[in-house]
Each structure stands twice: as C-alpha cells, then as structure tokens.
Write a protein that binds this ligand. Sequence first.
Ligand SMILES: Nc1ncnc2c1ncn2[C@@H]1O[C@H](COP(=O)(O)OP(=O)(O)O)[C@@H](O)[C@H]1O
Ligand SMILES: [Mg+2]
Length: 331
Amino acid sequence: MEDSKQPILSVKNLGTSFFLREGEVKAVDGVSFSLNKGEVLALVGESGSGKTVTALSILRLIAWPPGKIVSGDVNLDGVDVFKLPMKEMRNIRGKGIAMILQEPMSSLNPSQTIGRQIQEAVEINQGLTGEAAKKAAIDMLGVVRIPSPEKRYYNYPHELSGGMKQRIMIAIALACRPKVLIADEPTCSLDVTIQAQILKLMQALRKEIDTTILFITSDLGIVAEMADRVAMMYAGQLIEILDVFTLFESPAHPYTKGIMGSIMAMKEGGRLNIIEGDPPNLLHLPSGCHFHPRCEFCQDICKTQEPAYTDLDGDGKHWVRCHFPIKSKLK
Ligand SMILES: Nc1ncnc2c1ncn2[C@@H]1O[C@H](COP(=O)(O)OP(=O)(O)O)[C@@H](O)[C@H]1O
Ligand SMILES: [Mg+2]
C-alpha cells in the first residue's frame, strides 16, 4: 500500500478494539494507508465499518475503557505519532491534523462568538495576537464564504444555520493550517442543497489552499466529486484501495463491485443490484474473509482463510483483499 512518493501521513496496521462484556469488538483491524501531500483520499464504507474510529485513533482520541488502540503506527510528516507522550498530542491535534466532525452543533462552544473561536485557533496555530489575529479570523470567515464577515464575527453559534455552522467548523480547522485535514462526513447532517454548497466550498478551498484531506463518507457521489483515491472499508478492515477512476471503471473486490454496480444501475434507471445480506456483527465476525457470507463468488478457501492484500496491477496502486479479485470491467 506504499506509494513511491514520501507520504505526509501514513497509517500502518492500525488496530483499535472495544473491550465489552460480550467480548472484543475489533472496530479497526489492520488498517494501512497513506496520503501524499495535496491529495484527497476518501475513506468509504457503510455505517459501522470503522471509519470514525480510524480517524479518532489517528488522533489518539479513543477513550479507555472500553476502547484501546491495540496495534499500529501513525507517521505524520516524519513524526511517529503513537510514540509521542500524550501531552505532546496537543501539538498534533489542530496544527498537525485538524478534524471536521459529523455534528458541527456539538463541537462549537455555544457561549463564545464564532469569531472568537476562529481567532483562538489562529492564535494557537499561527502565532498571531490582538488585531492581527482578529483580522486573520475575519479573513477566514471570508474564505469560507460567510457574508459580511466583520459583522458575523460577533455572532454566537445559535444565531447561525446548520450550513453556516459547518462553514465555521471548516474555518476553525483551516485556521490551524493543518498538514492533514480529516473531514468526517462533514455534510451528512445537512439538507441536500446546503450539502452541495459545502462540498463546492471544500473543492474550491482544496484548490486555493493546497490541503491534504482524508475525506470520510458513505456517499459515492461525494467520492466522485472530491477524491483522488479511495480506501474501502468493510467490517473494520480495509478491503480495497484504488484511484477514483478505477473505482468507477473496474473495482476488483466483490463488495466494491456490488456497490458500484448498483449505483451504475440506478443512474441508468435499471434494477438495483443491492448486495444481499446484512453487514456482519462485529462481535461474531464470519471466519475467513468477513465478506464471504454475502459474496456471490465465495469458494471454500474464503470461509476459512483471511485473504492477504494483492497488488493487482503490480504497480502498487490498486490493492485488494480478496482470494478471487474480479478482473473484468463494470458494464
Ligand atoms: N464507544 C464505543 N463503544 C463500543 N463500541 C464502539 C464504540 N465506538 C464505536 N464502536 C464500534 O465500532 C464500530 C465502528 O464504528 P465507527 O467507526 O463509528 O463506524 P463508522 O464507519 O460508521 O464511522 C461500530 O460498529 C461499533 O461496533
Ligand atoms: Mg462515522
């Protein structure tokens, strides 16, 4: 899963479990990927597949009990994040890796003006103070297309709509000048029109400010618009990594192919080819390949042996974790 370029963020063999009375839930199990400077990697998977836990683990925000990082390394621009003393994680969060959360409402401080909250990020991460910091905060409101930024600076979160609040969260994250931005389903609580506006904004910002983004989503329309490469998760594991063009042209994992096939069918008004069965219960994972009970290509080996990663084209660009990867193109 390596790229020849030096990645800005690399995650190797990440494992995070929740130790519950009923047993160990391997929410993230042996996940590896890397991000090159300026690229957008989409982390995709259905609800409960381990996307958010992956992001929180990278930032070491897993609370014990019941959660624990059980394996792995995270390297951010040469810094071995998991080896840092906990108190030095403050220097990583924000300035190193900033995260935009699913729920903007719960992450803003209701008793402080939005301007002040952005300014705080500016002061801590850009080393500005006083009027200069305030001006930078107001500029940041402009960057995320908030009208009349000088006035809006004095607004409290409750005076803003959901879409505006998400813009503020983006402004705070970008004010940290992070090396990597993690956006965890940043538009999923917004209505469709506002969602489109926020995505457009993020695309524009990506061009204006050369940011490296880990974009978490379960929406493949967003993937098509935002991502360069895609990492597909299933039941806590990364099952396929590929560029976005290949995702739509020739995905190789039967799960990815099933999902993509159903989307193509939907576009053409055809019958939906939805994958049968439910996502597995993480407490009682199927043996072998976790996807095997739902897989139409399942053979005996799939029921007993976990597949290893295959470098499909031998160039390190398309990895798939399947005993029988599909070589044909999507129709
Ligand atoms: N605080 C927690 N306690 C116990 N289990 C958890 C907790 N957080 C997450 N999990 C488990 O981890 C799995 C992955 O969660 P998550 O990463 O949030 O999924 P998603 O892909 O939807 O972001 C969940 O299905 C759940 O079983
Ligand atoms: Mg999530």
